[in-house]
Ligand binder design. Structure first.
Ligand code: FES
Length: 151
């Protein structure tokens, strides 16, 4: 039995901003190689500010709780502020995660980065170097997954 904090359980049982956004300005979809869980994140952006954010996550309690809390953390923030979001800030705002569940929190940060990348690309805005790097890493991971790891 995994020992989750009260906050994790609260977000897991009652996730915030669950669902999707029609005509989203940016969509990010990522998978977790370790467990196969997936997350999709939708953004509505106005004047560089995240006006609306929704997510769909197929995953464990920690994945759902971190998805939920990241939507709270970045709603109303600028794109630049959202890019500063780390999985540490996500974990801290949930009063911690059990060590075996740390990797689950990456899903939410990766999906957020991918959604912002999608938004900047679609609106023909400049992609910051740090985001371009993160996107490249995500693409490499995805390709590895498609090819499958057969050891
Ligand atoms: Fe897959 Fe947590 S076990 S995201």
């Amino acid at each position: 039995m995994i020992n989750y904090s009260k906050k994790v359980l609260k977000h897991f049982r009652n996730p915030h901003n669950l669902g999707n956004i029609k005509n989203a300005d940016g969509v990010g979809e990522v998978g977790n190689l370790a467990c196969g869980d997936v997350m999709k994140l939708y953004l509505k952006i106005e004047k560089n500010v995240i006006k609306e954010i929704k997510f769909q996550t197929y995953g464990c309690a920690a994945a759902i709780a971190t998805s939920s809390v990241i939507t709270d953390l970045v709603k109303g923030k600028t794109v630049e502020e959202a890019l500063e979001m780390t999985n540490k800030s996500v974990i801290d705002s949930l009063d911690g995660l059990p060590p075996v569940k740390i990797h689950c929190s990456l899903l939410s940060v990766d999906a957020l980065n991918e959604a912002i990348y999608d938004y900047l690309t679609k609106s023909k805005k400049e992609i910051p170097e740090v985001l371009a790097q993160r996107h490249k890493r995500m693409m490499t991971l995805q390709k590895m997954e498609e090819q499958g790891h057969h050891h």
